[in-house]
Design a protein around this ligand. Structure first.
Ligand code: SF4
Ligand code: SF4
Length: 423
């Protein structure tokens, strides 16, 4: 296996070293030398610390690509009770205390979680009543039900607030409609404009057949005052749109570079994850932390790796009533993932990017009819394009601009309670 890859950027030779997750050159040995002392320790936890609560199986939108079948997970209109939420929170707190830790993250999800706002308030009050527990709150919402009171509440608790927005008005309205058939853009923008602290917002873009050229509309999202953007490609995107997306991704990286050089800073989390790994020489053993430090509880009280698996009994770990079985099941899963590299597919094992990537998304593999560790070639290809593009971009950026970029990220992350950590 060759653990190094050579790049020539502006006539200069750079080497990406996959083992140490670093860029080796004659004059800039690493990003870390300059920056790491200011970067918060974002090493992933190897024990449970985050619970995603699927508060309901209901949604007021009917988006074209929804993985949860209009938020219903094939079990329509189920709403989590406070009793279930409380048992899950107790389980999380008991577990972190066993490891003598006090930091937890609760992520509210749906359906549309704002249809259960009262439950959110009850969960937060309950968690805040614990001494020596420091909880960070996250929410993923379609943004259409935001009111001044809800926004004030999120700002009070510094909720890391992810709002789905699929481009400009025309694209978003096409992809994300109300059941009545009307587009939801105006309501979402009205909600975004209620925030004084826009730093706690993260725009989530789903790239599908209708909005594959992200470089053409990213500026429209930034103009809303949003400084953090995360994008993901719909598994069902056509080959034609996927190819357009790949071209657009390269143009987006060029635009990101130009903007950094002009002192215009914002975060694209897909890129910052790579940049931070390079800065800290972080070796990722898995693509995400689902099933290890992160679990999801469905509205009917079953634990899964992540929301994408909700309703798939093959991947239900245990029930909220039987959390005594939890530890053993999670340990077995973790052992399989982390201690058994033989399970990882050959392509990943032989990939120079494996420690910056972590391998395939388990759900993407399953949804593509493969086993949980198998490679999905198209997803893998887009990641390689991204790794290569970002590594080359970093090589081009002068050290002083890199420092400014990282300081910008850190300031942004500090606006969210408990900082940012991506699963
Ligand atoms: S998914 Fe692709 S890019 Fe990631 S480690 Fe595997 S082979 Fe490499
Ligand atoms: S990367 Fe895949 S397995 Fe991990 S949380 Fe996301 S959808 Fe789930």
């Amino acid at each position: 296996m060759k653990w190094q890859k050579e790049f020539v950027v502006n006539g200069r030779k750079y080497i990406f070293d996959g083992m140490s997750v670093s860029i080796i050159t004659d004059e800039i040995s690493t990003l870390r030398q300059n920056l790491s002392y200011k970067v918060p320790n974002s090493q992933r936890s190897s024990t449970l610390k985050t619970l995603c609560l699927v508060l309901n199986n209901s949604c007021n939108l009917c988006c074209k690509y929804c993985f949860a079948n209009n938020g219903m997970y094939n079990k329509p209109n189920e709403f989590m009770t406070f009793e279930t939420a409380k048992k899950s929170i107790d389980f999380l707190i008991k577990t972190v205390r066993e490891y003598k830790k006090e930091k937890i993250t609760i992520s509210f999800f749906g359906g549309e979680p704002l249809l259960s706002f009262k439950l959110i308030e009850n969960c937060v009050s309950y968690i805040e009543s614990f001494k020596n527990i420091n909880c960070k709150y996250m929410i993923t919402t379609n943004g259409t039900l935001l009111t001044p009171e809800i926004v004030q509440y999120f700002q009070k608790y510094n909720f890391d607030t992810m709002i789905s927005i699929d481009g400009n008005k025309k694209l978003h309205d096409y992809c994300r409609k109300f059941n009545s058939g009307c587009g939801s853009y105006d309501k979402v923008v009205r909600g975004i404009n209620l925030f004084n602290k826009k730093d706690i917002l993260n725009a989530r873009v789903t790239i599908s057949n209708h909005n594959s050229e992200i470089h053409t509309y990213i500026e429209d999202i930034l103009e809303l005052g949003i400084k953090r953007i995360t994008f993901a490609v719909d598994y069902n995107i056509s080959s034609y749109s996927f190819n357009l997306y790949i071209k657009s991704l390269k143009k987006l990286i060029d635009k990101y570079y130009d903007d950094i050089m002009q002192g215009k800073y914002y975060e694209i989390t897909n890129f910052s994850n790579i940049i931070i790994s390079l800065a800290l020489h972080q070796r990722k053993l898995t693509f995400c932390n689902a099933g290890i430090s992160y679990l999801t509880v469905s509205a009917d009280g079953k634990y899964y790796m992540c929301p994408r698996f909700v309703g798939n009994n093959d991947f239900a770990f245990f029930d909220v009533e039987e959390s005594d079985k939890a530890k053993g099941k999670m340990e077995a899963f973790k052992k399989n993932l982390l201690n058994n590299p033989g399970e990882r597919n050959l392509k990943c094992k032989n990939c120079v990017y494996v420690f910056i990537c972590g391998g395939m998304c388990y759900h993407h593999a399953i949804a593509s009819g493969k086993n949980i560790f198998e490679n999905v070639p198209r997803e893998c290809y887009q990641r390689m394009v991204m790794f290569e593009g970002i590594i080359k971009m970093i090589c081009k950026i002068p050290v002083k601009n890199r420092r400014k970029l990282l300081l910008f990220y850190i300031t942004l992350w500090n606006s969210v309670k408990g900082g940012i950590d991506y699963v």
